[in-house]
Each structure stands twice: as C-alpha cells, then as structure tokens.
Design a protein around this ligand. Structure first.
Ligand code: WT7
Length: 645
C-alpha cells in the first residue's frame, strides 16, 4: 500500500476547557460536525492514509460509518508513536493483588511486549479479522493481548472473568472465536479464580483451535495438547519487532458483549478509527487530562469502561495509567487510597457502587492516606446518590476535586454526558452537559420532544464517531434495538430530564435491563436461567433498590403443577443462575408467586412486582391492562406472608 504516516498537526493540549471554550466548541460541533470531527481526527489520531468522507451515517438505515477509507493502526496510535519522546515514561503502573507483585511498564517495554505477543499470535495462525476471546485477570498481559490483537488486525472479544463457563462458551460461539487467551488463575482478595478450568469447561460446548495460557498464580493446571500452549514457552523465541497492520477506519477493533432486553447477550461491535478518536478525545476532555497526570480507572477490562478508559483512551493520549489486579475493598479498605498516594494519582475514576462500599467502612480507612495528589474524581455506570457524591467530594477529595459523573453506555464507546471539569455546574447526581457533537433529545412515548423539566426517554439525534456499528452477526437486532422506536434517532434505553438550567439528569433504564453494582444485566437472561430448573414454570426478575449495589436482583417464580415450595429451592435456583451467567447475576431474593402479573398480551408488569417488594402499593398505578386483576391481591398477600415468615 502506498501512504505515509501523517504527523499530528496540533497538540491535543491546545485547548483549555472552560465555560467559554466548551460553548464555542460545542456549538461548532453541532453546527459544522464534519469540519469539527475532521479537525479533531487530525489532532488526536495519527493516520496512515486520510478519509474520503468524515461521516456517512444514516440512522434511518441503522448504518454508522466514520472516516471511510482512512487507514490507521490502533496499537500504533497507543504505543509506537509515543516512543520518540516517551519511551521511558511509565505507561502502566501495575499493582498485584499481593503487594509483592508490582511492575512498572514504560512505553518502550510496552512496545516490546506487545510486539512479542503479536508475533506469537501470528505464529499460531491468527490474522486480520479473526476473533480472539480474552478471558483474563487484571494483569499487564490483558492490556498487552488487547493491543497485540489490534496490532495485527485481529478482533478481540474480552469476556469478564466473573462470567461462568456457560456464559463464556455462549460468547465464544456467538463471535466465532477460534482462539482463547486466558491465565492459569486470577487472584483477587487473596482468593484464586480458576480461569483455565472455566475455559476447559466452556470448551466442552464450544470448539476452538488454540488456548494460550498465561502463567499468573503459578498453580499447576492440566494442559490439553496440542490445543493448549503456555505463553511463556511459546513466546521465548518471538521477535520484539512486529509491523502493524494498517486497518480501515471501519474495520472492527473489538466485540464486547452486553445485556439487552431479550435473552441473548449482544455483541457490541466497535471499529478502529471512530472509536479510538472518541475514546481519546473524551479521555482528554472529560477528565481534563494533562501530560503530568497519573490516571487510574478502576474498571475491569471486561467492561467497556476498562476498554475506553483503562486502555485505549489513556494510551492513545500517552498517559501514565495504574492497573490493579485485586478487589478495591478487600481485604483492606484503605488500600485503594494508599495506591493513590503511592503513585501520586491525580485522576481517579470508579463506580458509585465502589464508593458506597468504601464509604460503608467509615472515614477511618481514609486517615491512612493523604490523597492530596487528587485533582479530578470520576464516576460511571449508574446514578450516584447525593450522600455518596458528598463523601467522595468532601472526604476523599478534601472538597477540592471536580466530580465528573459520566453517563454513557457500552454502545456509545465513550462519555456522552458529564459535568466537564471547569465547565458549568456541579450538582450531586446530575450528568449535566453533552460532550462535543452529542445532541441529546428527550422525547415522550410518541417521540415528541418534551418541555424542559419534563421526564422522558433519552435519544441522540446525530451520529458520533464512538457509536456502536452493529450487533455482531445480527444487524436486524441492531436496527430494531436502537433505531425503530424513534425514527431518525438513536434510543438509549434510559429515562432522563433536563432541569431549569438545562443540565441533564438520568432517571434510569426504561427497558428490561437492570444495573447491579454497575453491572448491566438483562432480566430475561436471568429468567431463562431460572426456568431451567424443573420445579419452575415461569420467572420474573426485577431490580430493587440496594444501599451499596444500587440495585439488587429480586426474582419471582411460579412453580410447575403439583410442585410445592421448599426453601431449599432458593439455593438451587441461585446455583442455576451462577452456572448459566455468573455470580454477578445471582438473585439475592427469590420468592414463590401464585401467578405473575401479566397484560392481556402476556407482558409481565414488572412495575407491579417492584411496588409490592418496596411496599409502595400507592404507586402501582393503572392496573386496567392486567389480564387477571385478581392476581394483584394474591401477590400482595403472598408477599406479606413471606415477610412475616
Ligand atoms: C447503562 C449503560 C458506561 C460504562 C459503564 C456502564 C447506566 C451509566 C451512568 C451515570 C446514571 C448511568 C445507564 C446506561 N449508567 N452511567 N453516570 N448515571 N446511569 O455501561 O454496562 O453499557 O450500561 O448504565 O442506565 O444505559 P453499560
């Protein structure tokens, strides 16, 4: 291919964010989006070849395309291009679960380790377009493996290590992965998680060519030959140089599974050019990232936050990041703040559920650290309650840090709404302002824009570069899931309103998706697992408010004829969900219902179940669509009998 590597024209630090620059850039981004994104694309990304068209997306067809025909390599942008000036700068400070295991990985070291990994992948026959499943702990090799895939044009599908073998197999099969990268074990809170064993179990249901195993805990594990290879053995001879594959901007970079309203998880596809630009740019502006910052995003690489703000965004911007293998709260709730002090972290990004669980230990764990390096504190994944917001702001950040409550989704690729540092207001619980190029519109049931302060459904009316391109292997589900509800707009699945001052507030999901400890779960997925048990006829799952997790899973089940309820069923059903999905989806409560409340068309009225559990019977509202009105009374008395017992 002919082409040259384009040099970055302007520094990404040229703009200082404040009220005025935000307004100016936002206006430009909405009025002249093509010009705006073209300028930013030149600023943030190093292209091998430029594009024919900036944006050729069409919401009416569910087609999203950015920077078509442009060429780049994501790994090159995250590593190679930084070497001339940053070779010796740490890219990753890695902190093991056990404090005896630490690593500092400079950009030069990252380059060599990524090239070596990429050469190993190539030697095993992996090439451009192949899907590779990563089922890994939070170890440097996880980032290295992601970047190595990107370097050779393979598409990674990272599966969170908390998913069960069955859930892993489902994802391997759906993406058609022929290769799995895993580790012997993960170590979290001094406990080991048998990753390789889970992979072996998953592969009884899904066939792959090779399993690459990284030595982490050192546990002795069985290897199945010739399928399984140890990374440390196979990589010994691998070269530390590997030419990057120049990819089209619209070539897929990764698939990441998330939950939707219907049973099967969906493989969200992100592509190379637009995604990287959006991740890099939002990382720069949402956190006011500066070259001297040390940045820690606590998210696991198994989630989109780990992809965009643990790996791609910060590394594209040549940041120094922190990566931690263990659990934030266990065994020592002061540990997270000691890590902040050790690396002089200035930007810290975590989930409200983590803040609430740390807050539950009181203020004393804070006294073992100074935390005076902190400048920006971010949150993501669920609404943050004002009490947690204040503790984060007043206690953790000594009242001097900006709190950035970022609203976004796996599908959006990066931050969409946030109180951007030094711009606008700070209001506990509000996601405040749209990012550049994002045009939110809150609509009613009919798709008509609502008045300010009215609650409605959050839609986005223009494409942005980080937008999901498709659901892997299922373009129809993609179109139906996001573009048919409100034609011409992307539907987020969230409720929202704007306050008098124009700041956005998210009110939560309006579909059958729940959010437990920042993890997105589909009620239908959990219900499918519950009905596998021979005693269960039907199941309905809801999320109910939980002090630490935000929501917890509450399940109602009806039993098959002649089956009598026994308390031992609770444990059996919980096990069923742990096997099918993973511990993260296990219902905390399971209640036997005489019948489920359904509309005449057979849809379960989850609102009714939620009100019964929370005791807000006055909020049940209109029940005229209930197919069998007497079910309501039966459910209420059954629930009260359960509480009494
Ligand atoms: C759903 C997306 C974005 C990465 C992590 C979650 C909820 C996310 C916020 C926030 C209120 C939030 C929404 C959204 N959500 N951030 N700051 N305030 N709600 O990604 O797993 O795709 O979940 O999380 O309901 O739709 P995800």
């Amino acid at each position: 291919m002919t082409g040259t590597i384009q040099k970055n024209h302007a520094s990404i630090f040229g703009t200082t964010l404040n009220q005025e620059t935000y307004q100016h850039l936002y206006q430009q981004s909405i009025e002249q989006p093509e010009l705006f994104w073209a300028q930013q694309a030149e600023r943030f990304i190093t292209w091998f070849k430029t594009w024919h068209a900036v944006n050729a997306s069409d919401f009416n067809k569910g087609e999203i395309k950015w920077f078509q025909n442009a060429k780049l390599n994501v790994c090159y942008n995250c590593v190679d291009r930084h070497l001339p000036v940053k070779a010796l700068q740490p890219a990753i400070f890695w902190e093991g679960d056990n404090a005896n295991r630490r690593q500092t990985i400079t950009y030069q070291m990252l380059y060599e380790r990524v090239c070596r990994f990429a050469n190993v992948l190539k030697s095993l026959g992996i090439s451009k377009g192949d899907r590779v499943c990563l089922y890994l702990p939070m170890i440097p090799e996880a980032v290295i493996a992601m970047l190595a895939c990107a370097r050779i044009g393979a598409i990674h599908s990272v599966v969170f290590a908390g998913f069960s073998p069955h859930a892993l197999a489902e994802r391997i099969t759906d993406a058609g992965c022929k290769y799995v990268i895993t580790a012997d074990e993960a170590i979290r809170g001094a406990k080991s998680v048998p990753l390789k064993k889970n992979v072996d179990e998953a592969l009884l249901q899904a066939k792959v060519r090779k399993v690459i195993v990284i030595k982490n805990s050192g546990a002795s594990i069985p290897m199945l030959l010739p399928r399984d290879v140890w990374y440390h053995e196979i990589s010994r001879q691998a070269s530390l140089e590997c030419e990057p594959e120049w990819m089209d901007a619209e070539d897929p970079l990764f698939i990441l599974y998330t939950s939707g309203s219907t049973g099967k998880p969906k493989g969200v596809v992100h592509t190379s050019g637009g995604y990287l630009l959006y991740a890099a740019m939002t990382h720069r502006f949402a956190f006011d990232y500066q070259p001297q910052d040390v940045y820690w995003c606590t998210a696991d690489i198994g989630w989109i936050t780990g992809h965009s703000y643990g790996v791609y965004g910060p590394l594209a911007n040549a940041a120094t990041t922190v990566m931690y293998e263990g659990v934030l709260t266990a065994p020592d709730p002061s540990l997270v703040w000691k890590i902040v002090d050790r690396y002089q972290i200035s930007i810290f990004y975590t989930a409200p559920t983590a803040i609430r669980s740390l807050m539950a230990f009181g203020d004393s764990p804070l006294s073992k650290s100074k935390r005076d390096s902190l400048r920006i504190l971010g949150t993501v994944g669920e609404p943050i309650n004002p009490e947690a917001w204040r503790w984060y702001h007043d206690k953790v950040g000594h009242g001097k840090c900006w709190i950035v409550d970022t609203w976004w989704q796996t599908e959006t690729g990066g931050v969409m709404l946030a109180p951007f540092p030094k711009v606008g207001n700070q209001k506990p619980g509000a996601a405040c302002l749209p990012f550049f190029g994002i045009k939110p519109i809150i609509v009613d049931e009919q798709g008509k824009e609502v008045e300010k302060t009215q609650k409605g459904f959050l839609t986005i009316s223009q494409s942005w570069p980080g937008q999901v391109r498709t659901i892997y292997g299922n373009p129809v589900r993609f179109f139906k899931g996001y573009f048919v509800q409100y034609p011409g707009k992307y539907f987020t699945g969230d409720g929202a309103y704007q306050d008098q001052e124009g700041d956005y507030w998210i009110t939560g999901r309006v579909d059958d998706v729940i959010n437990v400890a920042g993890h997105r779960l589909g009620t239908a997925e959990i219900e499918s697992a519950l009905v596998l048990h021979p005693a269960v006829a039907e199941a309905a799952v809801i999320g109910i408010p939980h002090a630490v997790k935000g929501e917890s899973v509450y399940a109602f089940v009806t039993l098959v004829e002649k089956q009598i309820w026994q308390d031992s069923l609770v444990g059996e059903l919980q096990k069923e969900v742990a096997n099918m999905i993973g511990k993260l989806a296990v219902p905390e409560n399971i209640e036997c219902a005489p019948k489920l409340p359904k509309t005449r068309s057979g849809k379960i009225m989850r609102r009714i179940l939620r009100c019964i559990v929370t005791g807000e019977l006055d909020k049940i509202g209109d029940v005229s669509t209930l197919a069998e009105p007497e079910v309501l009374e039966q459910l209420i008395s059954a629930h009260q009998a359960k509480i009494k017992s």
